[in-house]
Design a protein around this ligand. Structure first.
Ligand SMILES: Cc1ncc(C[n+]2csc(CCOP(=O)(O)OP(=O)(O)O)c2C)c(N)n1
Ligand code: SF4
Ligand SMILES: [Mg+2]
Length: 223
């Protein structure tokens, strides 16, 4: 499996998650049937990174675009890749209804706790007291827990989970679970806590420590 050079910042978590996603798709024999939608945000930097067909969609509209594709081509494997802002702010309405209707799409949320592409503004996932460009004295709100919010909406058979880019085994297992959910006709959402050293203004080990600190607030595992 060949990947074109990534356009992400050095140390970004996106290419780690995307590489494991592509490998899980290949392992499941779905490389030809898979279609990946990329929301606006740093997800769009993956447009020619993977040897898998991709769509570029509008900000917050990747879930609805990919569920439309799935309805048109039911034998495809549809993935909607989005940032936390795209999923839980501008795209929340689309996401809630797709989950409630048990649409057979896989939503992959890369949660870096900020609006990464636009310069590190606060997002719904920004932690209380976290300093961002728009909250230099610290965010005032509690963060938003996407998979937990969907829990009471989804049908039996849907898959909801959270992991982190430095948990490759769990990521691999959850990709397999999400693929199985779509094969069985169900919705799935996996949130991956991900490095954004550019906007966190961290370097090296500091970046890993910051991701580890996020796990205190955002519990990993199946929801
Ligand atoms: C309708 C619309 N509103 C705002 C924007 C500007 N915009 C582009 S990316 C982005 C935020 C992306 O944040 P997130 O979804 O968390 O993705 P990340 O870049 O962090 O991976 C915003 C607000 C846009 N492109 N379209
Ligand atoms: S801004 Fe953050 S999320 Fe975007 S490419 Fe750079 S490190 Fe990755
Ligand atoms: Mg983000």
């Amino acid at each position: 499996m060949e990947f074109k050079p990534a356009k992400f910042c050095p140390g970004c978590g996106y290419p780690i998650a995307l590489m494991l996603l592509a490998k899980a798709i290949e392992k499941a024999g779905l490389s030809k049937k898979a279609v990946i939608g990329l929301d606006i945000g740093c997800a769009l930097l993956a447009w020619d990174h993977l040897p898998i067909n991709t769509f570029q969609t509008h900000h917050g509209r990747v879930t609805s675009t990919m569920l439309g594709f799935k309805r048109a081509k039911p034998d495809s494997f549809c993935v909607a890749v989005t940032g936390d802002g795209g999923a839980y702010a501008i795209g929340l309405q689309n996401l809630l209804h797709a989950a409630k209707r048990d649409e057979p799409v896989f939503v992959l949320v890369i949660n870096n706790t900020v609006y990464g592409m636009t310069g590190g503004q606060s997002a719904p996932t920004t932690l209380k007291n976290q300093k961002t460009d728009t909250h230099p004295e610290g965010n005032l709100d509690e963060p938003f827990f996407g998979p937990e919010l969907l829990k009471n909406l989804v049908a039996a058979g849907a898959f909801l989970a959270r992991t982190a880019v430095n948990e490759p085994k769990q990521m691999q297992e959850f990709f397999e679970r999400a693929i199985a959910a779509q094969k069985a006709g169900h919705f799935s959402l996996l949130e991956i806590l991900s490095f954004c050293p550019t906007n966190w203004r961290t370097r090296g080990a500091e970046t890993i420590a910051y991701l580890e600190s996020l796990k205190q607030a955002f519990k990993t595992g199946e929801v």
